[in-house]
Design a protein around this ligand. Structure first.
Ligand code: ATP
Ligand code: LTN
Length: 336
């Protein structure tokens, strides 16, 4: 007899189209999406509605949404395997978010460190959306009953809130949502800034030298790595507590070449920072160059890109509608 097929587990993740993607996002999240998409029923979205929690120029937001979608594909997301879509094309996200907002405590949402950081960074625009941001993220995830959410370390707290909201809804009404788990890589979950290696590499850093974008030219990559801040030591040894800069470059070398940290230490015994940085720069160039050229080709064909996103959006919406209908019914909204 044929064994009964278990439905595949579901993963969902997203990134904000606030700028081009960085090697940090690749290492912390995108790399895992590409790897997991074949084992899981996968959904990946470009979260343009999250992006407007910080002021955006409409034309730029429109362009960057397509840029990010093309970059997902250039990095290896196959839209025939995964559902690739834009958040704003599935209105059920914000509809579910409202229901979840009415379950979320003001106090628990106030503890989110991303809100504290972003409201300090954008003190002139601390809007309510910036505050409720993690509840919309919970809606993104719960709408599809995701089992696993591949993200970088900085999103762990948002995932915890998502789990609490799922459990609360399930408890107050009846079992509805899957309680998701974060999927955070052991290595590369927090790539640091090249200029201030105690700080996360960020696509919105004002100092361009701090960040390697997946769209950077070979020359830009080489120059940024050459100028990366390290400590006053001389040897190439991994110490993430005390030698952030070198540890960060070793992590990037590990991810782009596949060499283990022990092998890297061995490779550079007796050599200095200059040789090491040159090797890291070349490894990143070799890794990014093909991603960049695939990206350019995908981005040049905007009609096909939009059609792919439309198809993904329709598929996502069919699924989202079913969950929202259940949620509305359980909440007590009359069906007319
Ligand atoms: P910004 O740096 O502009 O604040 P963000 O962290 O809000 O960006 P998103 O586009 O929302 O960026 O993040 C996408 C994913 O990439 C998330 O899963 C996040 O954890 C991960 N990520 C972002 N920066 C890094 C980094 N420096 N190292 C590892 N993972 C990262
Ligand atoms: N909050 C995330 C982006 C994000 C996300 C999601 C990640 C929005 N919705 C759903 C995973 C699943 C961030 O700022 N990096």
């Amino acid at each position: 007899m044929e064994p009964t097929q278990q439905p595949r587990k579901i993963i969902l993740s997203g990134m904000q189209p606030t700028n081009n993607l960085t090697i940090g996002q690749y290492c912390g999240a995108l790399r895992n999406w590409v790897e997991l998409q074949h084992q899981y029923d996968s959904l990946f979205c470009v979260v343009d509605q999250h992006a407007i929690t910080v002021r955006q120029e409409p034309a730029k937001l429109r362009k960057r949404t397509l840029d990010v979608a093309a970059m997902y594909m250039a990095a290896g997301i196959d839209p025939d395997v995964s559902t690739l879509f834009v958040q704003s094309s599935v209105p059920e996200h914000t509809q579910l978010a409202w229901v979840l907002e009415c379950l979320a405590g003001f106090g628990e949402v106030s503890r989110m460190t991303q809100f504290k950081d972003k409201s300090a960074q954008h003190a002139d625009n601390v809007n309510v959306g910036l505050f409720t941001y993690p509840v919309l993220m919970a809606a993104d995830i719960l709408l599809y009953n995701a089992d696993l959410v591949p993200v970088g370390e900085d999103q762990r707290q948002h995932l915890e809130l998502t789990r609490n909201l799922a459990e609360r809804f399930n408890f107050h009404y009846s079992p509805t949502f899957t309680v998701p788990e974060p999927y955070i890589p052991k290595v590369g979950a927090k790539i640091m800034s090249l200029q201030e290696p105690e700080k996360k590499m960020s696509k919105s850093d004002a100092n361009e030298k701090a960040t390697i974008f997946l769209t950077d030219s070979d020359a830009e990559i080489r120059s940024k790595i050459k100028r990366a801040v390290t400590d006053s030591g001389t040897d190439i040894r991994f110490d993430a507590e005390r030698r952030h800069g070198v540890a960060n470059l070793m992590t990037l070398y590990h991810i782009t070449t596949g060499a283990s940290i022990a092998e890297i230490e061995q490779e550079f015994v007796g050599l200095g920072y200059a040789e090491f940085k040159e090797a890291v720069g070349e490894a990143i160039v070799a890794f990014i160059a093909p991603v960049r050229s695939r990206y350019e080709a995908l981005r040049a064909d905007e009609d096909t890109l939009k059609a792919t996103l439309r198809r993904g959006g329709e598929h996502a919406r069919d699924r989202a509608r079913k969950t929202l209908r259940k949620v509305y019914k359980k909440t007590g909204f009359v069906e007319l």
